[in-house]
Design a protein around this ligand. Structure first.
Ligand code: AMP
Length: 396
């Protein structure tokens, strides 16, 4: 069966068509500037990437162009929509309602809408994609795969904040965690690689991308994760601050005469690697700048790695041990010096990095020495494939 995987944002939409038997990507691409003007990128497997300007006043036109590209006589990969067996949608927030992926029905869509106040920028945009697909493919089954669902196994000790309990009861203020599809995919694969049953493993997943989070996965379940009510908590990220003393918000707001909205915008979009370095949010730019002697860029890279080290320590403690620590996503898969810096501070756990094996980018590999008590790995994440697998399991 071919599964169309859709990741829909407010003005963009990423897609992949995946053959679920072979798990090959048949075609992939992106619609950008939806509601502004419109740009379609389309790439069939083994073919050239094509970019074309298309008028996309809404997501419905965007998906129409995606379908046209997929079924195009010359460069398409399927003859008609009949060859799409299901659509898998990435949905950011499932609140406490969704502990697993679910088939999209009128009831489940309404339940996702009810979670929208927890992710006001993301869930409504995700649902626009769902509705546009339903309009154009009314008979194709659709599945929602949530970023939060994998972390719903966290115990109360990990997910409750030290706040008045009524905020949890009245507004569901708690830790949810994100990147769940990636943490689940990568931890399962790690268990396979180290040859231990998933149900018996203690794994720390370091998803280090522009957005970054760690998770502690014990006996096949997420027991803690660094992002919280929103993706702002935890590690220092590309443009997000991660953990800070909450009193800083009031302190700076008073000094600079800023509103709460302005402060949140600074914490989400102008902090992290970008804020510290004053150079860029991108790891590669920072490495370049640091190699030319830029001290703030070097500080940003060091602070990023230090925060990862601290969270690994916390999660090894939370699980009372760790079998494997795995790096994934843009920085985790590609940044050799970041991995090296982090792993140098893990010798107290008995973890020993092999610096030669560590010289790899974007490939699956064990990077610890044979003697290392804790296995260190790089496992590329593949959220689209994980969504396709979940979708297949529900529609089969
Ligand atoms: P993601 O959000 O997973 O796409 O990851 C994006 C981040 O990965 C950006 O900060 C990139 O700078 C970083 N990244 C990608 N390739 C490399 C590389 N070769 N070396 C260092 N960082 C990289």
């Amino acid at each position: 069966m071919n599964i169309l995987v859709i990741n829909c944002g407010s003005s963009s939409l990423k897609y992949q068509l995946i053959n679920s038997e072979t798990e090959d990507v048949l075609a992939k691409g992106l619609c950008e500037r939806i509601g502004i003007d419109g740009m379609l990128t389309y790439q069939p497997a083994g073919g050239e990437k094509e970019k074309s300007e298309k008028a996309m006043p809404t997501h419905t036109e965007a998906i129409k162009f995606v379908i046209e590209a997929l079924t195009n006589e010359k460069t398409g990969v399927i003859k008609s929509l009949d060859e799409v067996g299901a659509v898998g949608h990435r949905i950011v927030h499932g609140g406490e309602k969704f502990t697993a992926s679910t088939v999209l029905t009128a009831e489940t869509i309404q339940a996702i809408e009810e979670c929208s106040d927890l992710a006001p920028l993301h869930n409504p945009a995700n649902l626009i994609g769902v509705r546009a697909c339903q309009e154009l493919m009314p008979n194709v089954p659709m599945v929602a795969v949530f970023d939060t669902a994998f972390h719903q196994t966290m115990p109360k000790t990990a997910y409750l904040y030290g706040l008045p309990y009524e905020y949890y009861e009245n507004y569901k203020v708690r830790r949810y965690g994100f990147h769940g599809t990636s943490h689940s995919f990568v931890s399962k694969r790690t268990a396979e690689i180290i040859g231990k049953p998933y149900e018996d493993c203690k794994i720390i997943v370091c998803h280090l991308g522009n957005g970054a989070s760690l998770s502690a996965v014990m006996n096949g379940k997420s027991v803690d994760t660094s992002m919280g009510l929103t993706p702002l908590e935890g590690l220092v990220m590309g443009t997000r601050s991660g953990d800070i003393d909450p009193a800083i918000i009031e302190f700076v707001a008073k000094k600079e005469g800023k509103t709460l909205d302005e402060m949140m915008n600074i914490l989400n979009k102008k902090s992290g690697l970008l804020g510290i370095s004053c150079v860029s949010s991108d790891g590669r730019d920072l490495e370049d700048a640091a190699s030319k002697g830029d001290e703030k860029a070097q500080a940003a890279l060091d602070i990023f790695a230090y925060r990862v080290v601290k969270y690994i320590g916390a999660y090894a403690a939370a699980m009372n041990g760790v079998d494997a620590i795995v790096f994934t996503a843009g920085i985790g898969e590609n940044d050799i010096s970041c991995r090296s810096k982090v792993c140098k501070n893990l010798t107290y756990l008995g973890a020993q990095i092999d610096e030669e094996l560590n010289k790899c980018r974007g490939e699956e590999r064990i990077i610890s020495t044979p003697e290392s008590k804790v296995k260190l790995l790089v496992v590329p994440t593949n959220e689209e494939l994980a969504i396709a697998r979940e979708t297949l399991a529900l529609v089969k």
